[in-house]
Write a protein that binds this ligand. Structure first.
Ligand SMILES: O=P(O)(O)O[C@H]1O[C@H](CO)[C@@H](O)[C@H]1O
Ligand SMILES: O=c1cc[nH]c(=O)[nH]1
Length: 295
């Protein structure tokens, strides 16, 4: 017999929508763009040919519409993998749990997630205003540690990085998860490079930034930048990708993260045209989706 999820586990609002996102199952397209900044949602949907719905609650703003005959949902996650836990569990519930019987559906739907985010490079040769596809996400947060996840990790790279860093005494246990290669192919061109992205649990200390507080690990970014294993090096830092890759893979979905590089931490630069660069990445992403087999 199938288990019915209780009211405290699958939480629905009075109108039948899912607790934090305020969405109904029919509100969701199969292709989903995630962005961190709620204001970036309309920067994406302003390009749509039509918008069928706009909903939101807290930092989770959602627009669903059509672009070049593709139905697309764009949703903001806010900042951090704690929010990724909420967004990805609730989006998967919309697709794969029957809200009437409260049972997990036998036939699962696979969603395609494309993150359009901003990020800081730690390599001097990756300039501000460039674009980067994360071929892996390395979680310096703790989200994946709360789920059984041994089967979806890149064990070889995780072990190599863990022994190189030797930061277990700092309670740092990075998890390493790869992108969905078939989804990433859609976004390949000579305008965008591949890299490996660290997902941090903060923007300042956890990304090696020092304003007034002393860091617990000296030369944090230099140490990350110096990692090398079979042609793999770490390229950039942000705050969501590893959590997205981990939860998407665990739930049977596809995910790829596209980064607009706004900071170069090695050279101390920050983009003077961040809005334009993000706008260009949005147009680049939508054009690639238009020319893809995504439905
Ligand atoms: O621009 P977004 O998508 O929010 O991404 C980056 O920007 C935020 C920090 O400024 C973090 O969320 C980081 O991951
Ligand atoms: O340096 C940066 C720039 C954007 N987003 C981040 O998380 N870090």
């Amino acid at each position: 017999m199938k288990a019915s999820l209780s009211n405290s586990e699958l939480i629905l609002n009075a109108d039948g929508s899912i607790y934090h996102l305020n969405l109904l199952p029919e509100d969701l397209a199969n292709s989903i763009i995630t962005v961190g900044d709620p204001e970036r949602v309309s920067e994406v949907s302003k390009h749509f040919d039509s918008i069928e719905l706009k909903k939101g609650k807290r930092e989770f703003v959602t627009h669903t519409g059509t672009y070049a005959h593709k139905r697309i949902t764009v949703i903001s996650t806010g900042i951090g993998t704690d929010n990724i836990d909420i967004v990805f569990n609730e989006l998967d519930a919309l697709a794969n749990i029957d809200f009437v019987s409260r049972e997990i559906k036998f036939k699962k739907k696979q969603l395609s997630f494309i993150r359009i985010g901003t990020s800081g490079s730690i390599q001097p040769d990756i300039p501000v205003d460039s674009f980067l596809i994360s071929s892996s996400g390395i979680g310096f947060d703790n989200l994946l540690h709360f789920y059984e996840h041994g089967h979806i990790k890149n064990h070889e790279l995780e072990s190599a990085l863990t022994s190189y860093l030797g930061w277990a005494d700092h309670n740092i246990h990075p998890y390493f998860v790869d992108f969905d290669e078939s989804l990433a192919k859609i976004f390949e061109s000579n305008r965008i490079r591949y890299g490996v992205t660290v997902t941090n649990s903060g923007f300042y200390g956890p990304q090696g930034r020092t304003l007034r507080l002393a860091p617990s690990i000296q030369d944090f970014n230099d140490k990350l930048a110096g990692f090398s294993h079979k042609n793999t090096r770490i390229t950039n830092l942000e705050m969501e990708t590893a959590g997205i890759y981990g939860l998407a893979k665990l739930l049977g979905h596809r995910a790829v993260s596209l980064n607009a590089i706004l900071a170069n931490r090695a050279t101390g630069e920050f983009s003077k045209q961040g809005h334009k660069t993000v706008e260009e990445l949005i147009k680049y992403t939508l054009s690639a989706i238009a020319n893809s087999d995504l439905t």
